[in-house]
Ligand binder design. Structure first.
Ligand code: NAD
Length: 353
C-alpha cells in the first residue's frame, strides 16, 4: 500500500424514498427555527410545498437561484435573510440552488440542509463558485459544506432525460478523476469504483425507464458516492479542460463534462493502469471511454463540442490556456495530442471505438 492522506468531511446523509418528510425534524436537529427555503424559479412549487411541510419552521422562500451563483442574486437573498431573521437555509434543487445556499453560508455561517434533485454533486463539497461582473471565482472552505443532506429518490423520478444523463456524467467525471488525481487514496478509490458502477448502470436504464424507482435509486446512490469523490479528491485534465471551455466559450457546465469525459479519459488511460482496471470492472467493459461516450449517445445527449456552440477556431486558444496554467495530470500535457483530443471532442468522434 502506498502512503496516503485521508480527511473525511463532517456531513450527515439521509438516503431513501420519501425522506423529504424528515426535513422538519432534520432542520430542528440543526437548531433551525426560521428557515429560508431556496429553489430556482422552475422548482418554486416544490419549494412552496416543502416550506409548508416544515412544521412551522419554513419562515420564507426565495426562488431565484440561477446558474453559476451570481452575486447579485445572493445579495437579494441576503436581504431576506436579514429581514426575516433567518437562522438556517434549506436548498431544494440542483447545483445552482445548492450554490446559492453555500453563498449565504459563506456570508453568515448559517447551517445548511440540502435536498439535491440532480446528480451534479455540489451538496457533498466544500467548494463554491460565484460570478460577479462576468468573472467566476471558486474557493474551498468548510464554511460552505452543507451540514445535512437528504437524498430523496422521489424528486429525481421526473428529472428530465438530458439533465439526468449530463448531470450523471458530470458526477461520474468527478469519480473518474479522483482515481488518478494527485491526492488519490484507497478509500476514495473504493467509493469511486462503486459510485461509477451504480450510476453508469442506472444511466443506461433511465432512457427507457425514466421513472423506474430502482434505476433512479441506483443513480442517486452512485451520485452521492461520486460527489464524495469530488468533495475529498482531486481533479486533473478533464476538469481543467471543462473549466477552460466553460469559462472561455460560455459552454454549459454538465454538457461540457459529458462531451469531454471520454476523451480526457482516453488521453490519460496509458498513464493510469490501476485506475483503468477499476473502470473496466465498474463499467464491465474493456473500453471504458467508449462506454461513457455510449451512455450519452444512446440517450441523445450532446457528444460534440460543435453541438454546444464551441467555435472550431477556438481550439488552439483553449489549448494555450490549458497549457499556461495546467492542473496536475498523470500524463504529460502534449500540445499535438491535446489538439487531437479537442478535434475529436469537437467532431463528436468516439474515442476507442
Ligand atoms: P441546475 O441546478 O442548474 O438545474 C438545472 C435546471 O433543472 C434548473 O432549472 C432546475 O430547477 C431544474 N431541475 C433540477 N432538478 C430537477 C428535477 N428533479 N426535475 C425537474 N427539473 C429539475 O443543474 P446542475 O447540473 O445540478 O448544477 C449545475 C451548477 O452546479 C453549475 O453552476 C455548477 O458549477 C454547479 N456545481 C457546483 C459544484 C460544487 O462543488 N460547488 C459541483 C457540481 C456542480
Amino acid at each position: 500500500m502506498e502512503p496516503f492522506e485521508y480527511t473525511a468531511h463532517p456531513a450527515r446523509v439521509i438516503f431513501g424514498s420519501g425522506t423529504t418528510q424528515r426535513a422538519g425534524e432534520e432542520a430542528a436537529r440543526l437548531g433551525i427555527e426560521r428557515a429560508l427555503v431556496l429553489s430556482t424559479p422552475a422548482q418554486a412549487d416544490d419549494a412552496q410545498r416543502l416550506q409548508t411541510d416544515l412544521q412551522g419552521r419554513g419562515t420564507a422562500r426565495f426562488c431565484e437561484a440561477a446558474m453559476h451563483t451570481p452575486v447579485e442574486v445572493t445579495e437579494r437573498a441576503m436581504a431576506l435573510v436579514h429581514r426575516e431573521d433567518i437562522d438556517g437555509v434549506i436548498a431544494f434543487g440542483g447545483g445552482s440552488t445548492i450554490g446559492l445556499g453555500k453563498a449565504i453560508a459563506l456570508r453568515t455561517d448559517l447551517p445548511q440542509l440540502v435536498i439535491p434533485t440532480t446528480y451534479a454533486g455540489s451538496e457533498m463539497t466544500a467548494i463554491i463558485g460565484q460570478t460577479e461582473g462576468g468573472q467566476k471565482t471558486t474557493q474551498k472552505t468548510l464554511k460552505v459544506l452543507p451540514e445535512t443532506v437528504i437524498y430523496d429518490v422521489d424528486h429525481t423520478l421526473g428529472l428530465p432525460l438530458e439533465l439526468s444523463i449530463t448531470s450523471g456524467l458530470n458526477a461520474i467525471a468527478h469519480a473518474v478523476e479522483s482515481l488518478y488525481a494527485e491526492q488519490t487514496n484507497p478509500a476514495l478509490s473504493l467509493m469511486a469504483e462503486e459510485g461509477i458502477r451504480s450510476l453508469a448502470a442506472a444511466l443506461t436504464r433511465i432512457p427507457e425507464y425514466p421513472r423506474s424507482a430502482s434505476a433512479r435509486s441506483d443513480a442517486l446512490y452512485g451520485a452521492w458516492l461520486c460527489a464524495t469523490c469530488l468533495g475529498l479528491g482531486g481533479v486533473a485534465l478533464h476538469h481543467k479542460l471543462c473549466h477552460v471551455l466553460g469559462g472561455s466559450f460560455d459552454l454549459p457546465h454538465a454538457q461540457t463534462h459529458t462531451v469531454i469525459l471520454p476523451h480526457a479519459l482516453a488521453y490519460n488511460a496509458p498513464a493510469v493502469p490501476e485506475a483503468m482496471g477499476r473502470l473496466r470492472r465498474a463499467l464491465d467493459t474493456q473500453t471504458p471511454a467508449a462506454a461513457l461516450f455510449d451512455i450519452a449517445r444512446a440517450a441523445d445527449a450532446p457528444t460534440s463540442l460543435a453541438a454546444l456552440g464551441m467555435p472550431r477556431e477556438g481550439i488552439p486558444r483553449a489549448i494555450d490556456i490549458t497549457l499556461a496554467n495546467p492542473y496536475f495530470n498523470p500524463r504529460t500535457l502534449e500540445r499535438a495530442a491535446l489538439e487531437g483530443l479537442l478535434e475529436d471532442a469537437f467532431a463528436g468522434r468516439c474515442p476507442e471505438c
